[in-house]
Each structure stands twice: as structure tokens, then as C-alpha cells.
Design a protein around this ligand. Structure first.
Ligand code: PBG
Length: 419
């Protein structure tokens, strides 16, 4: 057979085969259609009947109006291919033009329209330190330890390797160094200034943040000086200024006053400026609530209040407008960032402060929030990685630029595709 006619024969055969397939499909379709109609008839007594406006009604054309009736009962028989059996298969079953699910249809689509992101650079890693050679685990915060200074350095290095750019230090101070005035807070050879110098020497570009408050140094377990059961404001602020200046001198990049005394941001700003540290930033604990979620943190540092509670200086959990008042004050006194604490139960406060200020906003995912997640994960009740990352992303969505979290190193590892 000549080459040309052989090609012809082959293509003829192929066409014939195709035509057969089409014919079979058409037959099946017709059967499907009839099946569909039969189904409608079978169930029409009990099924929902939907009436939709005609296209002419929708588009306002002056032509013959058409009303169509759709019966959903037949779908029960036609689940595999719901389009089959419809008289007009180009039209969707329900009258719905806006379909948000289209933007969620594929990974690529979801990636394209995502509104918020979480990166290791958004995270601040809190570290507990003590002046002892060995680490001590914190039972109510699985995975967290009070670090020796050597181990702290190691932990900083590991977090940095995962892209975490900043840490915040919390010291456990020996009981015999605690006083009502908390003088140890500004001892140049104290644990915090020593730790800062060690980190800055080894990792100069790691951002080192320090907590400014008297509680780790107070024999009363309060954030300020106590007189007759009252936490003194202005006298405490004097101490905080000395503490912040000492931390700046040791190399802190950012000081973070967590004490909630009135006027402390302005006073600390002035003290830093006068002493030549105008480049040192202040993250104000702006809306810090008197919260039961700090329990595990106080276990970690053995810093439970010696008497009473912290309600005369930390905020009432019932209030939100007061957070805006604090935010105005801190901003006007020179704060560089405003923090909300705790985080998850106060997402509304994060959102309100974010709307209220042009400063960056930080959120503290505190010890009790971490403990809850760890406990549920240990019981196998929650998927730890998924829930932790969802929680941290939730902070970002609420408006937090920065998140302090004990999950920082682990979350960064997860974000980097590791275990
Ligand atoms: C100290 C301080 C506390 C926390 C941070 N800084 C405890 C408190 O105010 O009693 C709590 C952090 C946490 O729970 O993770 N002023």
C-alpha cells in the first residue's frame, strides 16, 4: 500500500473509533438525562423545589420571560456527575455569581491572594537565664528551661540559625540578692548585663531586648517598691530608669518596661537620652493586663507576688478603651513600639491599638498560652505544629507586627520546613 493511502486508512480508522466513543457518550448522556427525569418524578413529592428568576429578569432585557424550576431531588441519583440531567448544563444550580471559593480553589490561587504572613523575623524569643552551671526544666512550660549562660548562648545561636533575629532575657535572681528596692536590677555585674555582653560579643547583630521591671529582684515579688502594701509609682520609676540605663550600657538594643507604672516610658526615654543612649529603643508593655496567664512564667522565675496581686498597676481584663489611653500616653512619651499582653484572649486589643497608632505593635503570646497548647499537644488532643502556627498567624492577622513567643525557635524551624 502506498504511504499516502496507508496514512488515510489509519486516520479513517481513528476517526471511526472516535465517532464510536462520542456515540457511546451521547447515549450514556441521554440515559443519564432520562435517569435524572425519572429521579425527579420519583422524589418530586418530597424534594425541595427551587425557583430562580430568569436571565431576562436579571439582565432586564425586554424579551419573553422564562421561569425555570429546578428540582434537587434528582441529584441524589446523579452525584457522580451532577451536570448530567440538567436541561441547561451551562448554568449553575443556584443563583450565585460571587463565589469566594474560586479564590480558594488551588494552592496557587490561595498563595496569590493570601493577606498575612508569618516569618521568623517577626518573632522574639524569650529566654530564662540563671547563674548556675546547669539548666533547669520548667515543669509548667515543657520545652523551656532556665538556661545557664553558656546554654543561653547556644540557644541564641540555634534560634539565629533559623532566622530569629531577636531575644528577650528574663533572669532568675538568687533570693539573697532580692530587696524591696531591687537594687540588683542595676548591678553592672548582674546576670542580665553579663548575659547581654556575652551575646553581643558572639552575635553582634542579634537584637537583644531586656525586661524592665523590679519583680525578679524584689523580695516582695512585685514590679515596684512596696510601702505599707502599696506599690509606689514615682520612686519605682527612678529605679527603672537606672535599670534601663544599665541594660543599655551593657549593649541592649531595646528595653521593654513591663512594670505598668505611670510615666515610666517618658522617664526612661529621658534617662537613656541623657546618658547617651538615644539609639536604644523602647518597646512599651502598653496594654499589660493583670492576667492569670502569667502563672507558668512566675513558676519559671519563682516570682509570684509575695502578697496580693498586681491589679493596682496591671490593667483590668474587662477594659479596652483604657488600652487606647495607655497607647496614647506611651506613644507621646516616646515609645517605639506598643505591646499587648497576653495575646490570644486580647486579640481585640491588638486590633484596636493597631487601628489607633502608627507605631509597630507587638503581641506577647504568654507563658500560660504556651502551656495550654503544650498540654493539649502532649495529650494528643491538638496537632501542636498546626495549632501553634495558626495561633501565631492569628496574631499577625489581628495586627501584631512582632510576636513574643516561647515557640519562636520551634516555629521558625517549622516555617523553614523542619521538624
Ligand atoms: C514581669 C513580667 C511578667 C511577664 C513578663 N514580664 C510577669 C508578671 O507581670 O507577673 C509574663 C510573661 C509570661 O507570662 O510569659 N514584669
Amino acid at each position: 500500500m502506498p504511504a499516502v493511502s496507508r496514512t488515510l486508512t489509519v486516520s479513517l480508522a481513528a476517526n471511526l473509533a472516535l465517532a464510536t466513543v462520542f456515540f457511546m457518550m451521547a447515549t450514556r448522556n441521554r440515559e443519564g438525562l432520562q435517569g435524572g427525569i425519572a429521579a425527579v418524578q420519583r422524589v418530586s413529592g418530597s424534594s425541595r423545589v427551587l425557583t430562580r428568576p430568569s436571565r431576562t429578569a436579571v439582565f432586564g432585557k425586554v424579551t419573553e420571560p422564562e421561569m425555570k424550576t429546578y428540582d434537587f431531588g434528582w441529584m441524589e441519583d446523579e452525584l457522580i456527575s451532577p451536570g448530567m440531567g440538567m436541561s441547561n448544563k451551562d448554568r449553575p444550580l443556584i443563583d450565585q455569581r460571587a463565589r469566594p471559593r474560586r479564590n480558594r480553589r488551588t494552592d496557587g490561587m490561595r498563595d496569590m491572594v493570601r493577606e498575612n504572613f508569618l516569618t521568623p523575623a517577626n518573632l522574639i524569643y524569650p529566654l530564662f537565664i540563671h547563674n548556675e552551671p546547669d539548666n533547669v526544666p520548667i515543669p509548667s512550660m515543657p520545652g523551656c528551661e532556665r538556661h545557664s549562660l553558656e546554654s543561653m548562648l547556644n540557644e541564641v545561636g540555634e534560634a539565629k540559625a533559623e532566622g530569629v533575629r531577636s531575644i528577650i532575657l528574663f533572669p532568675k535572681v538568687e533570693d539573697d540578692k532580692k530587696t524591696n528596692f531591687g537594687e540588683e536590677a542595676y548591678n553592672p555585674d548582674g546576670i542580665v548585663p553579663t548575659a547581654i555582653r556575652m551575646i553581643k560579643e558572639k552575635y553582634p547583630d542579634m537584637l537583644v531586648i531586656t525586661d524592665v521591671a523590679l519583680d525578679p529582684y524584689s523580695n516582695m515579688g512585685h514590679d515596684g517598691i512596696v510601702e505599707n502594701g502599696v506599690i509606689l509609682n514615682d520612686e519605682t520609676v527612678q529605679q527603672l530608669c537606672q535599670q534601663a540605663v544599665m541594660q543599655a550600657e551593657a549593649g541592649a538594643d531595646i528595653v521593654a518596661p513591663s512594670d505598668m507604672m505611670d510615666g515610666r516610658i517618658g522617664a526612661i526615654r529621658d534617662a537613656l537620652d541623657v546618658e547617651g543612649y538615644s539609639n536604644v529603643s523602647i518597646i512599651a508593655y502598653t496594654a499589660k493586663y493583670a492576667s492569670a496567664y502569667y502563672g507558668p512564667f512566675r513558676d519559671a522565675l519563682d516570682s509570684h507576688p509575695g502578697f496580693g496581686n498586681k491589679k493596682t498597676y496591671q490593667m483590668d481584663p474587662a477594659n479596652s478603651r483604657e488600652a487606647l489611653l495607655e497607647s496614647d500616653l506611651d506613644a507621646s512619651e516616646g515609645a517605639d513600639m506598643l505591646m499587648v499582653k497576653p495575646g490570644l484572649p486580647y486579640l481585640d486589643i491588638i486590633c484596636r491599638i493597631k487601628d489607633h497608632t502608627d507605631l509597630p505593635v507587638a503581641a506577647y503570646h504568654v507563658s500560660g498560652e504556651y502551656a495550654m497548647l503544650k498540654a493539649a499537644a502532649e495529650k494528643g488532643w491538638l496537632n501542636e505544629k498546626d495549632v501553634a502556627l495558626e495561633t501565631l498567624l492569628g496574631f499577625r492577622r489581628a495586627g501584631a507586627d512582632v510576636i513574643l513567643t516561647y515557640y519562636a525557635k520551634q516555629a521558625a524551624r517549622w516555617l523553614n520546613g523542619k521538624d
